[in-house]
Design a protein around this ligand. Sequence first.
Ligand code: BEZ
Length: 210
Amino acid sequence: MSLRLGDIAPDFKAQTTQGEITFHEWLGNSWGMLFSHPADFTPVCTTELGRTALLKGEFEKRNVKVIAVSVDDLESHGRWVPDINEVNNTVVNFPIIADGDRAVATLYDMIHPNASEKTTVRSVFVIGPDKKIKLTLTYPASTGRNFNELLRVIDSLQLTANHQVATPADWQNGDDVIVVPAVTTEEALARFPELNIVKPYLRYTPQPGK
Ligand code: BEZ
């Protein structure tokens, strides 16, 4: 069965371009983003890994450790990384898992045989400091992911975790947010003095921390 939100992200040991890791230990108390790539030396993946490297500061600001997985071996990753660096004018600064035996891809259900028998789809798992899965996304191999959207979702997840607020449709960082239903209006008024009660169940407040 596939992994669901709220499940513990399965732990594993793997070889990566930055040495052997045990996933949970490597995550420590950070948030994590594990994302798969169909294969080395493929065009869309080359742009995605470069974009991720260029966003290093944005992930660090959010205390998110990023790790990629591709079903090729370390030797292949080692030959591919210089291309990623050259094409994107960056330096890949996060580990790429060598998953030649597809152990991680299988554990995380990243191979969808009716799409491709041999390579992964583009999966994303955002994992909280409690090791629980907070977000899953699945894109086809032919569509590169929107990394601004990934950062936006992480911002939303962290606001919920830290402030008990949710984010409305098309929310962007800095827009007003919504107090989650679990907070009573009495408590919401005490915690969020600028509360705007549009409906008893729809209560906006300026984004905490802005
Ligand atoms: C890729 O770049 O990974 C890719 C592009 C089109 C189809 C399949 C894979």
